[in-house]
Design a protein. Structure first.
Length: 367
């Protein structure tokens, strides 16, 4: 006779956990204790939850489980960045990145297995799309990495989280938002939403939804083009969510008093890095409280583009700064282990890679 499948508590919001415990005739505060043990203390064995009675621990262990994504590979860069390959319950895998800095540590999380957007300068696009991650799998990435570091990073004053890994977060909206609420909960991971950033290529209907959330991260928008034709070629989803409509949605996005939208702009040699592009970019962002992160392309043999030379990156930055635009050049981390922006790809199936290459159109600098 088969034993009953245990319910996985990972990713369960407190309200749902309270309802579950109420159905078991357990006191409401017990749910909060378990929630704090799992997310606040990173405990995945009920036997270690010593603030619960031993009979309750035993009963919970019979009914429930807490399964973190399994770290199957840990690759360390010369700059201290660590890329994690994490295996999920159905054997699918995703990559997450740990980025240490002097005064903070950043965790870069994935939200989907693969990605359905076909941005031509991103290796993850070569994977295609498999499925959305559950919010337990999203939170689980943080917990697995923290556990690998003995939980010492679990401090809201030091830990940043960015949803910039594999996938488009706004195409997995509900699970991403549930993960954010669990991570932000004071009895959980207690990561301030001010230390979370969600990066999107531009899913316009969800931008308005995000703006209405009570608990929401900072918003970063991947732009990387200054004309509709240019963005169509580089980011084909622009045909559905145009540059014009995206920027209008950004103008309507509600910002707090000191908040700014971040626009990410990947510079491609001879494609979108001219002074004309810089001039158009200034005009496009007129009236938006914004800052711009410039990123030179992280090159790979599978990609048809090359990074803009440093002098052109500097020239682009100097022009924006001269027009009083807040602009920064983001330093790549983990380049030697394919952990930098746009490089997360796991292992790519050769047939899938050939299909990806065949979809790449020639991209010309607009007149």
């Amino acid at each position: 006779m088969k034993s009953e499948r245990k319910t996985d508590l990972l990713g369960m919001e407190l309200s749902r956990l309270e309802a579950l415990f109420a159905d078991m005739s357990l006191e409401r505060f017990r749910a909060r204790q378990v929630f704090h043990n799992v997310y606040g203390r990173l405990r995945t064995e009920f036997s270690s939850m010593t603030d619960l009675s031993k009979p309750l621990r035993n009963d919970l262990a019979k009914r429930f489980t807490i399964k973190l994504p399994h770290i199957t590979r840990r690759t360390e860069s010369c700059d201290g960045t660590i890329k994690y390959l994490l295996q999920l319950e159905d054997t699918e895998t995703v990559e997450s990145v740990y980025i240490p800095e002097t005064h903070r540590t950043t965790l870069c999380l994935s939200t989907q297995v693969g990605c359905s957007f076909r941005c031509r300068f991103c290796l993850t696009a070569s994977l295609g799309f498999k499925r959305n991650l559950t919010f337990g799998e999203i939170v689980g990435q943080v917990m697995s990495i923290l556990s690998d570091h003995n939980g010492t990073l679990n401090s809201s004053s030091r830990l940043n989280v960015v949803f910039m890994g594999m996938g488009e977060p706004l195409l997995n909206y509900e699970n991403v938002m549930e993960a954010i609420r669990v991570m932000a909960h004071p009895d959980g991971l207690a990561i301030s939403p001010k230390r979370m950033t969600l990066s999107t290529a531009g899913v316009i209907p969800r931008l308005s939804d995000l703006g209405r959330e009570k608990v929401r991260p900072h918003l970063a928008v991947s732009l990387s083009a200054t004309t509709e034709a240019q963005r169509n070629a580089l980011m084909p989803h622009n045909r559905k969510y145009s540059l014009e409509s995206l920027l209008e949605a950004c103008r309507q996005y509600p910002l707090s008093a000191r908040e700014r939208l971040t626009f990410e702009y990947v510079l491609l040699d001879g494609v979108n890095d001219s002074l004309d592009d810089a001039r158009r970019l200034v005009k496009l962002l007129d009236g938006i409280r914004a800052k711009i992160n410039l990123l030179a392309l992280n090159e790979a043999a599978e990609l048809p583009f090359r990074a803009s030379p440093p002098e052109r990156v500097h020239q682009f930055q100097e022009y924006l700064a001269s027009k009083h635009v807040s602009v920064f050049v983001r330093k790549p981390r983990g380049l030697d282990i394919l952990a930098a922006c746009g490089q997360l790809k796991r292992e790519v199936d050769p047939a899938g890679l050939e299909n990806f290459r065949s979809r790449i159109d020639s991209v010309a600098q607009p007149a």
